[in-house]
Design a protein around this ligand. Structure first.
Ligand SMILES: [Mg+2]
Length: 261
């Protein structure tokens, strides 16, 4: 591991119990100590809530966070899709996330430049997906705000956005592009905002594949897996490349990293 000059922390299952939930034991103190040494950003693949909502929830939990401290896949999509001329088409999103997606222009399927998947789809029916499939068959590009397989809700693992991206891609025989962790587009945007290189950043979270292994694969200086939240025993052995470190809880992160500050 190289010297780490910035730390990226997952939220749900790493710092908090559930999306917008209370702080996990030791998390407030761990974040306070890290912030005294290096810049810290909260990097989440949660797309069902806006950054403003998450900042409020983090502050209520005692962390103290501004909207700009939070990086989510919507931040990436807002830059990348307009750059590519693909900010219009079919949007599949939960109502609570719509305020952060107001830049995306809905169109009929035949005029769609893209399909933007921004929900795990638990409130959708198969029939609701028909316009998206029609658009993909007509040549629209498929983007997903994240491709996680599972998330934890009320203590149980349920399907996340990745399986729905796979469903759409399978139906229309098209690939999809992931804009969330561990996309180099997302990590690159955070690194640029901090004036650092990706190799100077560490990412820590409870998802072995997307927070730890994926961060290492994307060129970050460290990808650390924490054994809280959705972690299940042996998860670190099922991913390649392996996490840089595996720690029991977020309180161990500071001593697991070689911090420059
Ligand atoms: Mg998590």
């Amino acid at each position: 591991m190289s010297a780490i000059r910035g730390v990226l922390l997952d939220l749900d299952g790493t710092l908090t119990d559930g999306v917008g939930g209370p702080a996990l034991p030791g998390a407030l103190e761990a974040v306070r100590r890290l912030r005294a040494r290096v810049p810290v950003r909260f990097v989440t693949n949660t797309t069902s809530r806006t950054r403003a909502f998450l900042a409020d929830a983090l502050s209520r939990a005692g962390f103290g966070a501004e909207t700009d401290d939070i990086v989510n896949p919507m931040s990436v999509a807002r830059v990348v899709l307009p750059q590519r001329g693909e900010a219009e088409g079919i949007l599949l999103a939960a109502p609570d996330s719509l305020p952060e997606l107001s830049w995306y222009r809905p169109t009929p399927p035949e005029h769609a430049r893209s399909v933007l998947l921004a929900t795990e789809g638990h409130d959708l029916t198969i029939g609701d997906l028909a316009p998206a499939i029609e658009a993909l068959l007509a040549g629209a590009r498929l983007y997903t705000l994240q491709a996680n397989r599972l998330f934890q809700r009320d203590g149980r693992l349920v399907s996340d956005t990745g399986p729905l991206a796979a469903f759409l891609g399978y139906a229309a025989e098209v690939p999809w592009e992931n804009l969330g962790k561990p996309s180099p587009l997302l990590f690159g945007q955070v690194a640029d905002s901090l004036g650092l290189s990706p190799a100077e950043l560490a990412m820590c979270g409870d998802d072995a594949e997307f927070d730890a292994s994926g961060a290492v694969a994307a060129g970050l200086g460290a990808g650390v897996l924490v054994k809280t939240g959705k972690y299940r025993p042996g998860a670190e052995a099922r991913v390649a490349p392996p996490p840089s470190r595996v720690i029991d809880h977020i309180g161990e992160l500071e001593s697991a990293l070689e911090l420059a500050g």
